[in-house]
Design a binder for this molecule. Structure first.
Ligand SMILES: Cc1cc2nc3c(=O)[nH]c(=O)nc-3n(C[C@H](O)[C@H](O)[C@H](O)COP(=O)(O)O)c2cc1C
Length: 181
C-alpha cells in the first residue's frame, strides 16, 4: 500500500542522485559545500544543474567566479561531507582542513577539488534561474575524471561507490549493479 507523503517530504522521493561536494573560489576565498540537489540536463553539450540556496557562501562564490567544481565521494568520506554542511565557508576559512579533506587543484577552473574523491567534474556557469527559495545554476562540464577502479563507464565497478543523500542525517551507498536484457 502506498501512503500519502507530506508535500514538504515529497522532494526526498527524487533526491538520491549522488551527493556532491561543490566547490567555488574567488580571489583568495573558497568553499566546499555538500549539495544533494543536482541533475543532468543535457548530453550534448554536457550540462548539469546545481541547486543552491542564495544565502550559501557557495552561491556568492559561483556568481563571482562563473565556475564550480563537483567532487563525488564515497561512504568513507560521508562524515567529512556532512561536516562541510554544518559550517559555512564564511566563518571557516579552510573548509577542506576543517572537514578533514585534502584539496587538489582543478585543471580547467580556479576552484579546488577534493583529493579523496572518486570523480571530479569541472563546470562553467551558462546561466542561472531562481525557483522558489533556491537557484538553479546550469553548468557546462569542461572536464570530467574518475577513478578507473570505481567507474568503468558506469558506477558500481568496485566496492568504492558514490554516496547518496536521503535527507536529514541519512545516507546510502549505491547498491549492487546489474544488467537487464
Ligand atoms: C548532505 C547535504 C546536502 C545538502 N544539499 C544542499 C543543496 O542541495 N542545496 C543547498 O543550497 N544546500 C544544501 N545543503 C546545505 C549546505 O551544504 C550548508 O548550508 C553548507 O554549510 C553551506 O556552506 P557554505 O555557506 O560554505 O556554502 C546540504 C547539506 C548537507 C549536509
Amino acid at each position: 500500500m502506498r501512503v500519502r507523503i507530506p508535500l514538504e517530504q515529497s522532494l526526498r522521493l527524487l533526491t538520491p542522485g549522488p551527493v556532491v561536494l561543490a566547490s567555488a573560489a574567488h580571489r583568495e576565498r573558497f568553499t566546499l559545500t555538500p549539495i544533494g540537489w543536482t541533475t543532468p540536463l543535457s548530453a550534448r553539450p554536457p550540462l548539469v544543474g546545481l541547486v543552491v540556496r542564495p544565502d550559501r557562501f557557495l552561491y556568492e562564490l559561483i556568481v563571482a567566479s562563473g565556475e564550480f567544481g563537483l567532487s563525488i565521494v564515497s561512504e568513507q568520506e560521508a562524515a567529512a561531507l556532512f561536516q562541510c554542511g554544518v559550517i559555512s565557508g564564511r566563518v571557516q576559512e579552510d573548509k577542506f582542513t576543517g572537514c578533514g579533506l585534502r584539496a587538489v587543484a582543478a585543471q580547467r577552473i580556479g576552484a579546488p577539488m577534493v583529493a579523496e574523491a572518486l570523480a571530479h567534474l569541472e563546470c562553467a556557469v551558462l546561466r542561472l534561474a531562481e525557483y522558489g527559495d533556491h537557484t538553479l545554476f546550469v553548468g557546462e562540464v569542461l572536464l570530467a575524471e574518475a577513478d578507473e577502479r570505481a567507474f568503468d563507464g558506469w558506477w558500481g565497478a568496485s566496492e568504492r561507490r558514490p554516496l547518496h543523500y536521503l535527507g536529514g542525517n541519512r545516507f546510502a551507498a549505491l547498491g549492487e549493479r546489474f544488467e537487464v536484457g
